[in-house]
Design a protein around this ligand. Sequence first.
Ligand code: PLP
Length: 379
Amino acid sequence: MLYFDHAATTEVYPEVFLEMAPFFNDYYGNPSSIYGFGRESKEMIERSRVQLAKTIGANSREIFFTSGGTEADNWAVLKAAEMNQDKGRHIITSQIEHHAVLRTCAFLEKNGYEVTYLPVDEEGIVSLSALEKAIREDTILISIMYANNEIGTVQPVREIGEIARKKGILFHTDAVQAYLHEKIDVRKEQIDLMSVSGHKFGGPKGVGFLYIREGTLLPPFIRGGNQEKRKRAGTENVAGIVGMAKASAIGEKNFDRNHEKLRDMKNYLIRRLQTEIPESRINGSLEKRLDGNVNVSFKEVEGESLLLLLDMAGICVSGGSACNSSDQEVSYVLQALHVPEEYIRGTIRITLGAENTMEEIDFLMEHLKAYVKNLRENS
Ligand code: PLP
């Protein structure tokens, strides 16, 4: 099998698995217990918090563990809205956010809030002047993703942070795809709230965190015990947290090497697609883009059929986005980019990981060329 769907999820690194294992049956004590056995787990949670905080220029007190990116997004948007309801009820986001943000905003709209969905340009980037124009007296939150999960475009986060801080508006960013792919510094970028998910960078599924800038009085998301300073109650997913922190340490150590390798592989793949498959287009900015993301459309090709053929050859790629691939709808992200009708259905998302090789890309290219030709001839 050749795996080219790292934006959907990643393999747990073997070192991560080994680090997690003792927390299932050797150190299974409850971190809230007083005796030493539970303290072991508690200490590892705190060490993990320090490791994760370090990678984004935060203090460990600002890291709150969640069940993943979706929960972190829900917490940030819902509770920022609740916290500021007396100040105002207007939220700004973008048209290309993940469903975890978009559907939370839609829920708020049904409950008395107004949401502005900023468009993006043909490169998939939000306009700063449109953002400034959209800000109102009653704007309480700006939620704009760091990098997009379908097309990999990276937003001007630092500039957005500057605008938000100047206006005294909370700034949340969904960094699920960007974490450990981009160099993130929450202080320099003036981010107040940021979502991260463990399974996108070699950690396990079902764990993530929300960065909450110190001084931001975000209300609790889950009530119950005293865990996570009473903001997110429930016995901690100790093994998950330890695994996510280990994956983060590995990703931090290999950052430059991975960055370079992914960039070279991505450029090589894009070059070959552009020169060897006629009537194909790469969607989203080529410069402001995550390393490893290649979102490509083939004119007059049925993307679903292409995915199936690739699958039969043992090649995993995604159609648009993993979150969209089970429903047959056309991607709202590609629509926001105004990808032409005759291209939009023939879109696949190839997301590379550091363990992929140039030989694997050659293998993928040979199959893509043959299948696209075949599907066009038989349509
Ligand atoms: N936000 C973005 C941009 C994502 O890509 C994803 C997952 O695909 C999520 C949020 C949801 O994260 P999780 O799977 O941890 O709930």
